[in-house]
Design a protein around this ligand. Structure first.
Ligand SMILES: NC(=O)c1ccc[n+]([C@@H]2O[C@H](COP(=O)([O-])OP(=O)(O)OC[C@H]3O[C@@H](n4cnc5c(N)ncnc54)[C@H](O)[C@@H]3O)[C@@H](O)[C@H]2O)c1
Length: 236
């Protein structure tokens, strides 16, 4: 593989961070975008191939300006939309503010980063977008009302964007992880109990998802698809 440039959102933690580490190990230049400046600054110690970009994916102008500055004219080969939030919500406790936050980061954020990246992908003659959906997009997790709906939206926009961007030779796919051992998930305190119910008997490690992200970030003949990475706990 020749030297490539990729942008990864949610780069400071969990699966986004694992994706960054995998791309760096493979020799890519990585624009690591996150709204959380402190862990991003620690990541920057990884070396000159990592370009940190502090931005909120909900802020389209900040993403466009930040990405253009980070790339500094270099073409872009792939986009990984890993930034996401998953606060628990039910019909009993949802609020308009929570709806706006969850759909803002998970759906609008994915659109904003993809739109900001498109001119730079075109400059490379095409490329790949990898979105983060979830098994919650098509299987029901109690207490994830808004999150499930937002990830179903990510599935739908992955398919629509695959068609819309095909003339640009940009493929658009998604991963749908089940339970993964990430800081955000560990905070729920439910991982050990959940592992017992997974056919493969354990939750995934972040790099097991990053492996598939890396594969889907190589432009090929697969577009509009979602790869389920769930140890048998969900199938399509
Ligand atoms: N952890 C899981 O088991 C699991 C399962 C299925 C899908 N997912 C999805 O995978 C993705 C990564 O999950 P994770 O558990 O690794 O996450 P995490 O909580 O460990 O990290 C998420 C990162 O995204 C960043 N972020 C959040 N909102 C942002 C914003 N508005 N702008 C920029 N950065 C922002 C955070 O600062 C953080 O660094 C998410 O989209 C999540 O919904 C997670």
């Amino acid at each position: 593989m020749s030297a490539r440039t990729v942008v990864v959102t949610g780069a400071a933690s969990g699966m986004g961070r694992a994706v960054v580490e995998r791309f760096l190990a493979g020799g890519s230049r990585v624009v690591a975008l996150d709204r959380d400046a402190t862990p991003l600054a620690e990541l920057a110690d990884a070396g000159p191939d990592l370009v940190p970009l502090v931005a909120d994916v909900v802020d389209r102008a900040a993403v466009e300006d930040g990405l253009a500055a980070a790339l500094d004219g270099a073409p872009l080969n792939a986009v990984v939309n890993a930034a996401g939030i998953y606060p628990p919500t039910t019909l009993a406790d949802y609020t308009a503010e929570l709806h706006e936050r969850v759909f803002g980061v998970n759906v609008l954020g994915t659109l904003n980063v993809t739109a900001a990246a498109l001119p730079h992908l075109r400059a490379a003659g095409g490329g790949a977008v990898v979105n983060f959906a979830s098994v919650d997009a098509f299987a029901v997790s109690p207490g994830q009302l808004l999150y499930s709906a937002s990830k179903a939206a990510v599935l739908a926009l992955t398919r629509s964007l695959a068609i819309e961007l095909a003339p640009d030779r940009v493929v658009v796919n998604a991963v749908a992880p089940g339970w993964v051992d990430t800081p955000g998930n560990a905070a729920t305190g439910r991982m050990a109990a959940v592992a017992e119910g997974i056919p493969l008997g354990r939750v995934a490690q972040p790099d097991e998802v990053a492996l598939w992200v890396e594969r889907l970030a190589e432009p090929g003949y697969v577009t509009g698809e979602t790869v389920v990475i769930a140890g048998g706990s969900a199938m399509r």
